[in-house]
Design a protein around this ligand. Structure first.
Ligand code: PLP
Length: 395
């Protein structure tokens, strides 16, 4: 009898984590690899947040906490949603998990029955389809066009909806493209969802604070009359450079939050007490840090986009958020270069030029690759020179 479950066989390990691991191994073997695969800010967690954690340890906040978040953290989240998104939630409408990833996983485990469909616009964050599969659901991938800035259109959304649709996922700004939906675009998509009353909306706002547009950020629950069907997920990982602390959260209908609590009570019990104390300071303390770091990210984005567009065979849109770009390498695939796929492209790039990026097919849109520019300008400069000479060697 095979020890591994059938549902686990349907999924693969996270390809972005795999690339990061491969780069780490090559570096350990003495290769001068520049890793542009990781989805985490290179900045350190701000000191006021670290100090809050140290204080919590000293004060003995080292025990189990309430299953889905301490009252102090839930209050800080309620305040954040009200002030930044004009969303009013009560304590029973908030859940805290071990990273946004766990909140999403809990949500699918709590709500999906066999065969329930989840609409996932592609390119997508690598974990969505596999989480849906693990929970017994069916990912319904909807490919978005580069000409639409990789964004879902109302027509495509309408076409993807079936009687079995349970959730639709929105991720703005997006991983892997960095594209964000405007208020007008969200309104148009909402019209379709308002008509389809059974569908729930999962808004993944994890990159909310890494945005370069002057335009204000909008999340779907705030605009349309859809709050009673929307789970608005966010977290401290990206905004506050706290990936290792593992705190994510969501606001949503009581019934779903309660079901998520049930899943969590039988899995992790609660997110780390110390990390929760740190997250309270992240949300309640100074927010100055967000602006200065976004400015730095913007400088890097501008440099990376303009460098890539100078390379023959590469085309790169200018995204307005997150810390990723998703250039096309289609013109470099084919008989002439002997590279058949984006996966071959990124493998050769790593092998010949020591730059680690992730193939677009991992995100559901082949012919592209993802670069994370959450690394120093110095490394980015070297990486761009290497990518250029690699691509020129193919032409
Ligand atoms: N959602 C998206 C789109 C992401 O890119 C990530 C992390 O890479 C997450 C959610 C989860 O982040 P975390 O679990 O660190 O909160």
């Amino acid at each position: 009898m095979n020890i591994i479950s059938d549902s686990l066989k349907k999924i693969k390990p996270s390809p972005t984590i795999a690339v990061t691991q491969k780069a780490r191994e090559l570096r350990a073997a003495g290769k001068d690899v520049i890793g542009l695969g990781a989805g985490e800010p290179d900045f350190d967690t701000p000191n006021n947040i670290k100090n809050a954690a140290i204080k919590a340890i000293r004060a003995g906040d080292t025990k189990y906490t309430a299953v889905d978040g301490t009252p102090a953290l839930k209050n800080a989240i309620i305040k954040k949603f009200k002030q930044e998104n004009n969303l009013k939630y009560t304590t029973e409408e908030i859940t805290v998990g071990t990273g946004g990833k766990q909140v999403l996983y809990n949500a699918f485990m709590a709500t999906l029955n066999k065969g329930d469909e989840v609409i996932i616009p592609a390119p997508f964050w690598v974990s969505y389809p596999d989480m849906v599969l693990l929970a017994g659901g069916k990912p319904k991938i909807v490919k978005c066009r580069e000409a639409d800035n990789f964004k879902l259109t109302p027509a495509k959304l309408r076409k993807a909806i079936t009687k079995k649709t349970k959730w639709i996922i929105f991720n703005s700004p997006s991983n892997p493209t960095g594209a964000s939906y405007t208020k007008a675009e969200i309104k148009e998509l909402s019209k379709v969802l308002i008509k389809n009353k059974k569908i729930h909306i999962l808004s993944d706002d994890i990159y909310e604070h890494i945005a370069y547009d002057k335009a204000k950020y909008f999340t779907i629950a705030q605009i349309a009359n859809l709050k009673n069907r929307t789970l608005t997920m966010n977290g401290v990982s990206k905004s506050y450079a706290m990936t290792g602390w593992r705190i994510g959260y969501a606001g949503g209908p009581k019934e779903i939050i309660k079901a998520i609590r049930k899943v969590q009570s039988q899995s992790t019990s609660n997110p780390s007490s110390v990390s929760q104390a740190a997250a309270v300071e992240a949300l309640n303390g100074t927010q100055k840090f967000i602006k200065t770091r976004s400015k730095e990210f913007k400088k890097r984005r501008d440099f990376v986009v303009s460098s890539l567009n100078k390379i023959k065979g590469i085309n790169c849109l200018t995204p307005n958020g997150a810390f990723y770009v998703f250039p096309s390498c289609k013109k470099l695939l084919g008989k002439k270069t002997k590279l058949k796929t984006d996966t071959e492209f990124v493998e050769k790039l790593l092998e010949k030029s020591n730059v680690a990026v992730v193939q677009g097919s991992a995100f559901g849109l082949p012919g592209h690759f993802r670069i994370s520019y959450a690394t120093s300008m110095q490394k980015l400069k070297v990486a761009m020179i290497r990518i250029k000479s690699f691509c020129e060697s193919l032409n």
